[in-house]
Design a protein around this ligand. Sequence first.
Ligand code: ATP
Ligand code: MG
Ligand code: FE
Length: 344
Amino acid sequence: MLVLGIETSCDETGIALFDTERGLLSHALYSQVEMHSEYGGVVPELASRDHIRRVLPLIKQTLAAAKCDLHQINAIAYTQGPGLAGALLVGASIGAAMSFALKIPALGIHHLEGHLLSPLLSTPAPNFPFIALLVSGGHTQLMQVDAVGHYRLLGETVDDAAGEAFDKTAKLLELGYPGGAALSKLARRGRPGQFKLPRPMLNSGDLNFSFSGLKTAVLTLVNKQELTEQTRADIALAFQDAVVEVLTQKSLAALSQSGLTQLVVAGGVGANEQLRESLDYKAALKGAAVFYPELEFCTDNGAMIAFAGAMRLQAMPEKNWQPAGSFTVKARWDLEMLEKPEAN
Ligand code: ATP
Ligand code: MG
Ligand code: FE
């Protein structure tokens, strides 16, 4: 079964073809990050317009790369939410139109389900059930994943997401937007222990997070120091140390509490090297294994959407594989409220 995935929830147009027998056949991505960096954040209207420009050429490119014809596609999976409504509408309308024209089923996929399942695209892949640490630009959550569509929220951030904290701190350190990767690069030149930042909610006794105070603590530091190249690197390291320690400890606590031994890390912050080292090390001490998506599938992409669509289709009764009659997008959408595929 060949599934075309379409991701347009924010500022990346991602297209992919996933075959349930042969795996990922091809994928293409266009990132608008340069266009938005001028404004220091994503401008929704510009994002929608650019998705319109990119989506069809990328679909053609993806089909050509897989040496596939449009008519070989068996189903469409598009990101239905959460995200920017206008941006989501581009992918949803193309997906629904293709489904209608080709008379094949269309599935609206939850963007975070895509992120959660993305480590399953790699080998070795984890087996259900597992704990997932979802650390992206908009979300920081610990979930228990029992099967496709069976997600239990164990804890989440009460304010900023980890990626958002990285981006805001990067801005304070004059690293541009989005600055997570740049901050992590700068932190490599930081001197350990030069500055100490708080570990918010480390001992809160639950699996929730808070990152907005950390950003304020960085602001206070930045205002007190002369910002030399070295102090910027020192602050970057102190910030990263704090985030990594909290994410590591809470993830390990989730493993202990659930009795599970597999941790999956998904979302853009999962690309962070220090986080990976820390999780790998601490998990190994407890006999647990950590799984990551390929680096290119940590941030937004079409492959995770095509894959989630394929998993859902396979779990659904075939009589329910219907072409789209109409479509909606959901700018806000709670992952725990997702329909179970077998109940579709
Ligand atoms: P969501 O999926 O919650 O809607 P998003 O799609 O914007 O949000 P992702 O694309 O998964 O989020 O991740 C982007 C985030 O990852 C940005 O905040 C970015 O700064 C951060 N990021 C990327 N690489 C790194 C890195 N090496 N270290 C830390 N953060 C990083
Ligand atoms: Mg993005
Ligand atoms: Fe995302």
